[in-house]
Write a protein that binds this ligand. Structure first.
Ligand SMILES: C[S@@+](CC[C@H](N)C(=O)[O-])C[C@H]1O[C@@H](n2cnc3c(N)ncnc32)[C@H](O)[C@@H]1O
Length: 260
């Protein structure tokens, strides 16, 4: 569905039908996806500019418009990326994509679940691609809102935070209903019910709940913002420009924390 929203080509009839229904219920959902994807690119560029050249992208999804290894490779041809997803179709497509555009030794993709940090981290390290002693950018972008509290996403994030080397970055985005007006509530309820029928039901969280995922990591300026407001740079991804009239319409928070 996300790939379809972004105008990608790796989607199937069943995804397109579900995505079209989501668009009927929330006509600006494509722009929400684009705004999120553009944030991901800007955050990757920020990390590279800070000298962080290795990335773990949890919930990377099916390879789609502007993949992390491509964005990173443009700025640093020696950058390294390990993609992680728990979805077998995303893994299969990711591996094909990396065979075509990746480089063994610098890029990898593993199947693992965010909710199992021990296994996930071991699989990432088993690729031999990353040096865990060096600063790493951990990307968990548009993923946590698929994990309910009872599956302990907060504990998982705390675990990852303590594994990262000093100087590492934690890049997060997350869906929220904080800016939804009473007039929009019914529309959003219908949208949430629609997602409840998919493989990835949505769990919206407040700004305070989102902030907890960053733990005690100091936040990079400008702190927690709507995705379009995090260090905007329209030159980076003109194909991801949106018609959102207000940043809060993205309904997605963004933040980057750094481990001192
Ligand atoms: C909306 S996509 C986000 C793609 C990319 N991170 C981005 O923001 O452009 C969400 C991805 O999270 C993955 N995902 C959901 N729950 C997960 C879990 N428990 N562990 C790993 N990946 C998960 C889904 O399979 C999907 O590929």
């Amino acid at each position: 569905m996300y790939d379809y929203f972004l105008g990608g080509e790796t989607n199937w009839a069943i995804d397109r039908a579900a995505a079209e229904r989501a668009i009927e219920l929330l006509p600006w959902v494509r722009d929400m996806a684009k705004a999120n994807r553009a944030f991901l690119r800007r955050a990757v560029r920020y990390c590279l500019a800070e000298g962080i050249a290795q990335f773990v992208d949890i919930g990377s999804g099916i390879p789609t418009v502007g993949n992390v290894h491509e964005v990173a490779g443009e700025l640093n041809p020696r950058s390294k990326v390990v993609y992680v997803d728990n979805e077998p179709v995303a893994i299969a497509h990711g591996q094909v994509q990396l065979e075509q555009t990746g480089e063994p030794g610098r890029h990898g993709m593993v199947q693992a679940d965010l909710r199992d940090p021990d296994q996930l981290w071991q699989r990432v390290l088993d690729t031999g691609i990353l040096d865990p002693a060096r600063p790493t950018a951990l990307l968990v972008v548009a993923v946590l809102h698929f994990i309910p509290d009872e599956e302990w996403p907060q504990a998982a994030l705390a675990d990852y935070r303590q594994r990262l080397a000093p100087g590492s970055a934690l890049v997060l985005s997350h869906g929220t209903l904080d800016a939804v007006t009473p007039a929009q509530q019914e529309q959003l309820d219908a949208y949430t019910r629609h997602y409840a029928k998919t493989q990835n039901p949505l769990v919206w969280r407040s700004r305070t709940e989102f902030a907890e995922f960053l733990g005690d990591y100091p936040l990079v300026e400008p702190g927690i913002t709507w995705v379009p407001d995090w260090r905007p740079d329209p030159t980076i991804a003109p194909e991801l420009r949106t018609d959102l009239t207000d940043p809060s319409q993205s309904m997605v928070y963004a933040a980057v924390g750094r481990k001192p």
